[in-house]
Design a protein around this ligand. Structure first.
Ligand SMILES: *[C@@H]1O[C@H](CO)[C@@H](O)[C@H](O)[C@H]1NC(C)=O
Ligand SMILES: *[C@@H]1O[C@H](CO)[C@@H](O)[C@H](O)[C@H]1NC(C)=O
Ligand SMILES: *[C@@H]1O[C@H](CO)[C@@H](O)[C@H](O)[C@H]1NC(C)=O
Ligand SMILES: *[C@@H]1O[C@H](CO)[C@@H](O)[C@H](O)[C@H]1NC(C)=O
Length: 434
C-alpha cells in the first residue's frame, strides 16, 4: 500500500511548508513592530479611537457599522439575486502561526474551478490597525476582521481595499499580500496582461500577470460555487457570530490547533520576537510574570475558549464548527482532508486527492536524502520534544494546562518523559458530534 508510506512523507512536506510560511510571517511580524503609517491623517482616523466604540473606515472615516447598515439595506435588493446558490459554502480556516495552516489551506486552494480561495487577507487589516507600540486593539481589530471577512465571502473587496497600502487605484493593486498563494487570484480570469516594468511584490508564480485587478477578482469569485479563506488572525470564534447568522452565507468554521509546546518550540526557532524565550531556553529561568508568558497564556486561552464554544455547539454554530488537530493531519492527511470536505459539504475532488498524493511523492523524492524514511510519522510530529528544554515545556504546561487537556496533549512530568520516544504525548481523541 503506497498510501501507508506516504503518511510520514506528507508530514515532511508539511514541515517544509510551515517553515516557509513562517519565514515570511516572521519577516512580516518584524515589520509590523516597526510600522509607521506614512499618512498621518490616516493614522488620525485610526488611532485616537481609544474611547469610542466604533472603529473607523480608514479612508472614508465612515464608521464600520454604517457600512454594515448600508450593506444590510443593499441586502434586501440583492436577496433574490440569481447568483445566490443554496449549496454555496463559505469555509473559514482559523488557526494560529506554526500550526500548518498554509498546508491545510492548500486542501481548499487545490479544490479546482469551483473554489475561490484567499490566503490571509486579514494581513492587511492587522497591519493597518497595528498600534505604535505593536499589537492591535483586540476589540477594534476583531470588528474589522469580521466585517472584512463578511464582505469577502460575498466577493466584495471594498472594505479590504481600504486597508491595503498603498491604496489601490481603480481597484488595482500591486501589493496584495501573498497573491501567489491563492490560485484563484492567479487564474486566467484574474490575470490582466503583464506590463513590463510593473513591479508586483507578491506576483503570481504560475503565470505572468499584471497587477491585481480586484474588480476582476470579484467577478471571478462570484462565478464560484464555494469560497474559502484562511486566517491566523482571528482570536475569538465568538466575534464571528454575525457571519454564522448572516442569511446570505453558509459559513463552516474549521479550527486548526496544535500542541502549544510544539507551537512555542517552532516559534522560538522561527520568530525574532521570541528571542526572550530563546534566552530562557539556553540560560536562566523563565520569569512567570513576564509579558511573554502572559501572551502565551492569552493565546492558549483564546484558542481554548474558541474551541470550547465550538465544541459546545450553541445554536448559532450548530453544524458549522469543526476542530482539527495538526498532529492528526500530519499523520492522516488524506483521511482528515476527506473529513473536512465532508463537514464543509462540498465534493472532495480528484484534484485535491491527487495534490495530496502527488506532493507526498514529490517530497518523498526530495527529502529522501535528508530525512530518514525509517522515522515514522508520530516521531516527526513529536520532534519538538527533543528541541524544547523541559523547563520551557513546564512553563507552557503551567499556563496552558486546560488547553492541553482539552485537545488531548499529554503533560510530561520530567525531562525523561519528555524525551522518551516510547511515550506518545498525543492522545487519540475524536472531536465528533452526535
Ligand atoms: C470619543 O472620540 C471621538 C473621536 O474619536 C470624539 O468625537 C468623542 O467626543 C469622544 N467621546 C468621548 C466620550 O470622549
Ligand atoms: C479598543 O477599541 C474599543 C472599541 O473600538 C474601545 O472601546 C476601547 O476603549 C479600545 N481600547 C483601548 C485600550 O484603546
Ligand atoms: C479591471 O477589470 C475590470 C473588469 O474586467 C475592467 O472594467 C477595468 O477596466 C479594469 N481596471 C483597470 C484599471 O484595468
Ligand atoms: C512510531 O514511533 C512511535 C513513537 O516513537 C512508536 O511508539 C511506534 O511504535 C512507532 N511505530 C512504528 C511502526 O515504527
Amino acid at each position: 500500500m503506497r498510501f501507508k508510506y506516504s503518511i510520514p512523507v506528507v508530514f515532511v512536506l508539511a514541515l517544509v511548508i510551515i517553515e516557509k510560511e513562517n519565514k515570511i510571517i516572521s519577516k512580516v511580524s518584524d515589520k509590523l513592530a516597526l510600522k509607521q503609517p506614512p499618512d498621518s491623517s490616516l493614522q488620525l482616523l485610526l488611532k485616537p479611537n481609544h474611547n469610542g466604540s466604533l472603529i473607523f473606515h480608514p479612508r472614508t472615516s465612515a464608521p464600520v457599522f454604517t457600512l454594515m447598515k448600508r450593506r444590510l439595506e443593499n441586502y434586501n435588493s440583492h436577496q433574490n439575486s440569481p447568483r445566490t446558490k443554496s449549496k454555496q459554502k463559505h469555509i473559514l480556516l482559523l488557526a494560529t502561526t506554526r500550526t500548518g495552516s498554509s498546508f491545510v489551506g492548500e486542501f481548499f486552494n487545490q479544490q479546482g474551478d469551483n473554489m475561490f480561495y484567499l490566503f490571509e487577507p486579514l494581513w492587511h487589516v492587522e497591519k493597518m490597525l497595528t498600534l505604535e507600540g505593536g499589537g492591535t486593539n483586540a476589540t477594534a481589530a476583531a470588528k474589522a476582521y469580521r466585517d472584512v471577512l463578511q464582505q469577502l465571502f460575498q466577493c466584495d473587496f471594498s472594505l479590504l481595499e481600504s486597508f491595503i497600502e498603498p491604496p489601490p487605484v481603480d481597484h488595482v493593486t500591486t501589493n496584495l499580500f501573498r497573491r501567489w498563494s491563492s490560485s484563484s487570484l492567479c487564474a486566467d480570469s484574474v490575470c490582466s496582461p503583464f506590463v513590463q516594468g510593473d513591479f508586483e511584490k507578491f506576483h503570481c508564480k504560475t503565470r505572468k500577470c499584471g497587477p491585481l485587478n480586484l474588480t476582476m477578482a470579484s467577478q471571478s469569485c462570484l462565478q464560484k460555487d464555494h469560497r474559502a479563506i484562511k486566517s491566523v488572525r482571528v482570536r475569538q470564534l465568538e466575534t464571528l457570530r454575525p457571519l454564522a447568522e448572516d442569511p446570505r452565507l453558509d459559513v463552516k468554521f474549521i479550527q486548526l490547533v496544535r500542541d502549544p509546546r510544539a507551537v512555542l518550540a517552532s516559534r522560538i526557532v522561527a520568530f525574532e520576537q521570541y528571542k526572550n524565550w530563546k534566552e530562557w531556553a539556553t540560560q536562566g529561568n523563565v520569569p512567570l510574570d513576564d509579558d511573554e508568558v502572559r501572551k502565551l497564556k492569552g493565546n492558549c486561552d483564546n484558542i481554548r475558549t474558541s474551541a470550547q464554544i465550538g465544541l459546545k455547539q450553541p445554536k448559532w454554530l450548530r453544524g458549522r464548527y469543526m476542530l482539527v488537530r495538526y498532529e492528526d493531519i500530519a499523520r492522516f492527511p488524506m483521511r482528515k482532508a476527506a473529513e473536512m470536505y465532508k463537514f464543509a459539504g462540498i465534493p472532495f475532488t480528484p484534484q485535491v486527492k491527487s495534490w495530496i498524493a502527488k506532493n507526498t511523492q514529490v517530497s518523498q523524492k526530495e527529502t529522501s536524502g535528508v530525512y530518514s524514511l525509517q522515522r515514522n510519522s508520530s516521531e516527526h510530529v513529536e520532534k519538538w520534544r527533543f528541541s524544547l528544554p523541559f523547563k520551557i515545556a513546564q512553563v507552557v504546561q503551567k499556563v496552558c494546562k486546560p488547553t492541553l487537556k482539552l485537545f488531548g496533549y499529554k503533560v510530561v512530568n520530567n525531562e525523561k518523559m519528555l524525551t522518551d520516544r516510547s511515550v506518545s504525548l498525543i492522545e487519540d481523541k475524536a472531536f465528533n458530534f452526535p
